[in-house]
Design a protein around this ligand. Structure first.
Ligand code: NAD
Length: 512
């Protein structure tokens, strides 16, 4: 066991984290699939590499799940469900296991944070202080929340009706690379809490923390087959085999809107229940009366945290014309202070983008803006970094609202700032994209905040804040940003079936 306490001290003192030899040895072992409580080789014997985006080196070889492996994972998940060792276990006992999973994540926060940063390129400080506590929090939250739920009971004299939840069956979870373990656990925790069997397919670009997490799951009392992990790509590969499988009862997917469309077509085999958390094109609206310093610094965070690779990011900034120049100046000053560098250095505030392909896509958008707007900061690979998919935080102004950067999801550290004159105008501008996930409004005027929040066609609006979550409220997008809601009761609804039972009351005998 590595001395993770000393690594934690290294992190706390702001030093670069050394990958301990134990974790290096772990990485060097070929990774397999986890099906029916066993680590198994993929049937085709194929593997694919997962790369470190900061060094472009291979971190590990990952076993690829063929169609037969996916089939086996779904079959064992079904038989585990039907055996009922988990599905029929009293919910209080399931909660004890689910809570313990959260504890295990916290106990292994250091190696998990290092793996997450190695695999995704994000700063280890964000993994350690943000993603990992949130991942553990998903288990703690759903263990407690599900226990507080009330059923229904109605007595109308001649008969009584009561309704309660039942597990759904086999759920397929398909997740992206940008917040890997955090988003996987957001689905696994309520799915397990509701008594389902789970088959997880993490992103092919960031499979490592899911593997380490699955090793941790072996320490808890989860019957064989209740949790399986399969690896591979999307189209014509593991992801598609899973979502088109007739044995799957529900699919929870987070990823691109275009992938959501493909999954919806595949899910028609059931038809299978789906929940989609899709792309976004968030915005911050800064009114002239906003608490200015806070609006600037939070807008910088909303634009560049996690290299801008967050569905809830705000890559569009609308600023009241009277404060526009001042805002751009201060925003750029702060963007300049962002430290782009080695994700394992605790002082780094922006790491590497996920892949060469993604870097090409993001820089393609920046080049496409030439001649249409002004590049006021960034736009280039940082000179001091010889390798890795790094990009400077990039700030553009002067683009029209119908430019692709203003409407499409770039999903990188690129923001575009626009002046506005009236509330009606800015509401129209924010709503003028196919997406509708999130927005932030900065003002001290309560009526204006309320009016604007209600006029924006997004699933979430933050007023004078960004990225603050309460897991009880519905989470999801309007328009092309999603289908359905997760969070609190909404997750429990998705991962369970309601059953209503009617019992005829006995005729009363004698005096009532
Ligand atoms: P992606 O859609 O390319 O891939 C997501 C997952 O789907 C991966 O595991 C991939 O292998 C799988 N997949 C791809 N094609 C598939 C297919 N045809 N059938 C089955 N599975 C398939 O998304 P990404 O690039 O990994 O992630 C970035 C996207 O995720 C962005 O659009 C971002 O906005 C979105 N996202 C949304 C939220 C949200 O809560 N709304 C959160 C995070 C990320």
């Amino acid at each position: 066991m590595a001395d993770y306490k000393s690594l934690e001290r290294q992190m706390a003192s702001g030093k670069t984290v050394e990958v301990p030899p134990e974790l290096r040895a772990w990485l060097s072992r070929r990774k397999r699939l986890y099906i029916g409580g066993e680590w198994v080789e993929g049937k085709g014997g194929l593997t694919f590499p997962t790369l470190n985006p900061a060094t472009e080196e291979t971190l590990s070889e990952i076993g690829l799940a063929a169609r037969e492996d996916v089939d086996l994972a779904v079959t064992v998940a079904r038989s585990a469900f039907e055996r009922g060792e988990w599905a029929s276990r009293p919910i209080r006992e399931r909660a004890t296991v689910v809570r313990r999973i959260g504890d295990l994540i916290l106990e292994h926060r250091v190696p998990l944070a290092i793996l997450e940063s190695l695999d995704s390129g994000k700063p280890v400080r964000e993994s350690f202080e943000g993603d990992l506590p949130r991942a553990a929090g998903n288990f703690h939250f759903f263990a407690d929340f599900a226990l507080q739920e009330e059923g229904m009971y109605f007595d109308n004299g001649t008969d009584t009706h009561h309704a309660f939840r039942e597990p759904l069956g086999v759920v397929a979870l398909v997740t992206p690379w940008n917040l890997p373990l955090y988003l996987e656990t957001w689905k696994i925790a309520p799915a397990l809490m509701m008594g389902n069997s789970v088959v997880l397919k993490p992103s092919e670009l960031t499979p490592l923390t899911a593997i380490y997490f699955t090793e941790l799951l072996q320490q808890v009392d989860l019957p064989k087959g209740v949790f399986s992990l399969v690896h591979g790509f999307g189209e014509n590969s593991t992801g598609e085999f899973l979502v088109s499988h007739k044995g799957v009862d529900a699919i929870s997917f987070t990823g691109e809107t275009s992938t959501g469309r493909a999954i919806m077509r595949a899910a028609s085999v059931g038809p299978t229940r789906v929940s989609f958390e899709l792309g976004g094109k968030g915005a911050s609206v800064v009114f002239e009366d906003a608490s200015f310093e806070e609006a600037v610094s939070e807008s910088v965070r909303a634009a560049f945290r996690n290299q801008g690779e967050i569905c809830l990011a705000s890559p569009r900034l609308f600023v009241a014309r009277s404060r526009y120049e001042e805002f751009v100046e201060q925003f750029v000053d702060q963007a300049r202070k962002i430290v782009v560098g080695d994700p394992l250095d605790y002082a780094t505030t922006m790491g590497a983008l996920i892949s060469q392909e993604h870097l090409n896509k993001v820089t393609g958008y920046i080049h496409g803006a030439e001649g249409h707007g002004n590049l006021v900061f960034g736009g280039l690979r940082p000179n001091h970094l010889a390798r890795g998919y790094f990009l400077q935080p990039t700030v553009l102004t002067g683009l029209s609202l119908d430019h692709p950067i203003s409407r499409e999801e770039v999903f990188g550290p690129v923001v575009s700032i626009y002046p506005f004159d009236t509330e009606a105008e800015v509401v129209r501008a924010v709503n003028d994209t196919p997406y509708g996930l999130s927005a932030s409004v900065w003002t001290r005027d309560l009526d204006r905040a309320n009016r604007t929040a209600r006029s924006l066609r997004t699933g979430l609006v933050w007023v004078n804040s960004w990225f603050v979550r309460d897991l009880r409220v519905p989470f999801g997008g309007q328009k092309r940003s999603g289908l359905g809601r997760e969070g609190g009761k909404f997750s429990l609804d998705f991962y369970s079936e309601w059953k209503s039972v009617c019992i005829k009351n006995p005729l009363s005998v004698g005096n009532p």
